[in-house]
Design a protein around this ligand. Structure first.
Ligand code: HEC
Ligand code: HEC
Ligand code: HEC
Ligand code: HEC
Ligand code: HEC
Ligand code: HEC
Ligand code: HEC
Ligand code: HEC
Ligand code: HEC
Ligand code: HEC
Length: 448
């Protein structure tokens, strides 16, 4: 068609095709705004400008530079026609086609638009749970769906660490949680920083930090097993086998059990509370066998990563096992009370000071001045009558534990949680309530 309604190309007239010449037509002639310089609605192709209309929706709040996220462009959601007549552009009826770009489909996301709401990578489709609105409504444009916490938790849930200062691990925000690098926020990649200070590879730096603050932070980047994780640096690369090497961080000076000395901070002095009376307990003496750590640290860790072990509280947990059910330990004073071990040889009251070092004697635990009536009366049954009254030695009734000189000969039976009675001259002892004896010396008698 030429000026004045003349047919200029008769071959294309009445040929079954409506020909439209779009040469010189601008993108904003049919949608968007020439004044704003963008073909993005509003207005939409049917002239609407209200964001409540599907053709307009949240276009403008996505596009353009932003102070908190990477710039969103048409190709994130549409195939943009190279020209007005490009295939796929105006050749179907509304609604407009959504052809998702690389960002919307990042991390394996499969974007959908229901006509009302979207589910895409950007709004957290594939992220760890915790975002309060990961299917935002396209026509709700009031900022509520762009608030922190809508697409992912602060921090995310699931296996993500619960630390709230994002800047420790992500360069995206500062310590107050403000986005300082919008270009890398919602860009399809989770950015991590290594905020390790200079000299970090020294054991006094990274090692003491880990020992004092625990592994939770390290695990976020180096992996739950600390063998690489998202940053691919395994602790094993420098010290293989460390997690089950019990003298790697403490102990190793007096013995190889892992018990201090040395303490975690390297100190070895016996009057250091972390050192205290370990050596006397974890090694055997003339009075007892070597105690396992479980007597006082129950359960005993089996690896550096055992729950409750290196937990960042800077305090060794003293938890007694079955043999000392009522015992307490006061870390402020280093005093244990209500101990069975130091008491129920009836009795020196069951208190013991972890840091003083008295030479341990029989009467450290027993009411043991054999001649004292009061002391012997503190012991069970007929002790006073036999020991003080008749001068009968301990060995007569505890022959498997002591010899006639009062030396402990049955170490595994002494301080093992129960009294052993063994009559040297023969006869029978029947435990129970009450216990009774039928010794060679006299007939059957109850003990209590
Ligand atoms: C965040 C995703 C997103 C981006 C980015 C985006 N759009 Fe859209 N667009 C949509 C959605 C959703 C619709 C509505 C589709 C429907 O109605 O099913 C739409 C519809 C349209 C329509 C049809 C309007 C009507 O009348 O129904 C046009 C035209 C359009 N977009 C152009 C653009 C242009 C041009 C850009 C870039 C300047 C752009 N869009 C960027 C999501 C987007
Ligand atoms: C003659 C009017 C007209 C012009 C000029 C025009 N468009 Fe469109 N555009 C439409 C219509 C109508 C739709 C909705 C198409 C549909 O429903 O598939 C649309 C849809 C779109 C969409 C959404 C994706 C799609 O294909 O549905 C984009 C993006 C788009 N146009 C970009 C452009 C760009 C860029 C230009 C300039 C090169 C342009 N448009 C020029 C009428 C126009
Ligand atoms: C101690 C380190 C650490 C801190 C602190 C931290 N993150 Fe992360 N974050 C990571 C690591 C490592 C990843 C990648 C592995 C993963 O997804 O768990 C990650 C992943 C993410 C992801 C992607 C989750 C996904 O499912 O892919 C988001 C979103 C995120 N963090 C947000 C935050 C926010 C918000 C904060 C602060 C409130 C925060 N993070 C604090 C270490 C941390
Ligand atoms: C529209 C959804 C959305 C909103 C709203 C949002 N985020 Fe994110 N955020 C993401 C996505 C998606 C990621 C995944 C990593 C990526 O693609 O950058 C992410 C990642 C992060 C990360 C991890 C580091 C990174 O960028 O990779 C931090 C930190 C973070 N967001 C903080 C915030 C803060 C703070 C706010 C509020 C100001 C916020 N986010 C609001 C979608 C959102
Ligand atoms: C670049 C090498 C290197 C890497 C990687 C490394 N370390 Fe170390 N670390 C060392 C060296 C060297 C020592 C001292 C080893 C020794 O005394 O036998 C050490 C010692 C330690 C100690 C003992 C500190 C002390 O003195 O009691 C701890 C705890 C420790 N590292 C934790 C870690 C953790 C956790 C990781 C992984 C997140 C890690 N290390 C990764 C080099 C490294
Ligand atoms: C935000 C992630 C992140 C966290 C959290 C993190 N690291 Fe790292 N770490 C890295 C990265 C990335 C590297 C490798 C690049 C580097 O050396 O900075 C690394 C390297 C190391 C190295 C080797 C240093 C060297 O000079 O070769 C050690 C040791 C280490 N980390 C220990 C730790 C310990 C211990 C913790 C916990 C207290 C921890 N890291 C927490 C990311 C992290
Ligand atoms: C008789 C009780 C007892 C036994 C047995 C015992 N411990 Fe301890 N342990 C303690 C007390 C008490 C502390 C000091 C707690 C405190 O710091 O207040 C302690 C502290 C520790 C500490 C912390 C050191 C530090 O630097 O903070 C380590 C490590 C430790 N014990 C390891 C062991 C190991 C390993 C064994 C077994 C081989 C063991 N202990 C056996 C009572 C015991
Ligand atoms: C990576 C360093 C490291 C390694 C390896 C390690 N420990 Fe520890 N251990 C510590 C630290 C640090 C403490 C102090 C605990 C605290 O602060 O809560 C501790 C405390 C203990 C305690 C006192 C009870 C407690 O949990 O607080 C016992 C018992 C103990 N360790 C036994 C072991 C045994 C057994 C092994 C070997 C399987 C071992 N440790 C390996 C660092 C280590
Ligand atoms: C005439 C036998 C006899 C003599 C002698 C004897 N005991 Fe006992 N002893 C017993 C009996 C019986 C029990 C109670 C066992 C039971 O309750 O199961 C006992 C229990 C004990 C207990 C457990 C705590 C208590 O008070 O019941 C201790 C400790 C003990 N004896 C130490 C000694 C010492 C030390 C001597 C030497 C000074 C000694 N006994 C002499 C018979 C004797
Ligand atoms: C650390 C505290 C402690 C010391 C020191 C100690 N005892 Fe005991 N003794 C006990 C306890 C507790 C019992 C209770 C029974 C048990 O658990 O074996 C006991 C029980 C006994 C018994 C009863 C037999 C038995 O083992 O059941 C005799 C006899 C005995 N002790 C003799 C001695 C003599 C002799 C000495 C000094 C050489 C001595 N004890 C030092 C704590 C101690």
């Amino acid at each position: 068609m030429g000026a004045g309604l003349t047919i200029v190309d008769a071959a294309r007239h009445i040929n079954g095709v409506v020909d439209v010449d779009l040469t010189g037509v601008s993108c904003t002639d049919c949608h968007g705004s020439a004044a704003d310089g963008t073909p993005a609605p509003p207005q939409d192709t049917t002239g609407n400008t209200a964001t409540a209309v599907r053709g307009v929706g949240a276009h403008r709040s996505h596009l353009g530079t932003s102070g908190w996220h990477k710039e969103v462009v048409c190709t994130d959601c549409h195939l943009v026609p190279a020209s007005v007549t490009a295939t796929g552009h105006i050749d179907t009826a509304l609604p407009a086609e959504l052809t998702w770009g690389a960002l919307a489909t990042a991390d394996g996301a499969t974007p959908t638009f229901s006509g009302t709401s979207c589910s895409v990578y950007c709004h957290g489709q594939t992220l760890q749970p915790g975002g309060t609105n990961i299917t935002p409504t396209w026509t709700t444009v009031n900022g509520s769906q762009a608030a922190c916490g809508t697409c992912h938790g602060l921090p995310p849930g699931g296996t993500h660490v619960t630390v709230t200062d994002c800047s420790m691990c992500h360069p995206t925000t500062n310590a107050s949680g403000t986005i300082i690098q919008p270009a890398i926020h919602i860009n399809g990649t989770v950015e991590l920083v290594s905020n390790h200070p200079a000299g970090w590879s020294a054991p006094t730096s990274h090692g003491m930090t880990a020992n004092n603050t625990g592994f939770t932070n390290c695990q976020a980047c180096h992996g739950a097993d600390l063998r690489g994780g998202v940053v691919g640096v395994s602790c094993e690369s420098c010290h293989p086998g460390w997690q089950t090497d019990c003298t790697f961080c403490h102990g190793g000076v007096d013995n190889a059990t892992g018990a201090p000395p040395a303490a975690v901070d390297g100190r070895t002095g016996r009057n250091t509370i972390a050192v205290g009376a370990h050596t006397e307990h974890v090694g055997s003496t003339s009075m007892h066998v070597a105690w396992d750590c479980t007597r006082c640290h129950n359960p005993k860790p089996t690896s550096a990563l055992s729950p409750g072990h290196i937990d960042g509280d800077g305090q060794a947990e003293v938890i007694f096992d079955w043999m000392n059910p009522s015992a307490t330990y006061d870390p402020a004073t280093g005093v244990c009370a209500n101990l069975y071990c130091h008491g129920n040889g009836s009795s020196r009251l069951g208190t013991a000071d972890w840091n003083t070092n008295p030479t341990l004697q029989c009467d450290s635990c027993h009411a043991y001045t054999w001649s004292s009536k009061a002391d012997l009366r503190a012991m069970s049954g007929k002790h006073e009558k036999h020991v003080r009254g008749k001068g009968i030695a301990c060995v007569e009734c505890h022959a498997t534990v002591v010899d006639s000189s009062g030396n402990i000969i049955g170490l595994p039976l002494h301080v093992n949680g129960q009294p052993e009675v063994s009559l040297r001259r023969g006869g029978r002892f029947t435990p129970g309530s009450p216990p009774s004896c039928n010794p060679a010396c006299h007939g059957n008698e109850v003990w209590l």
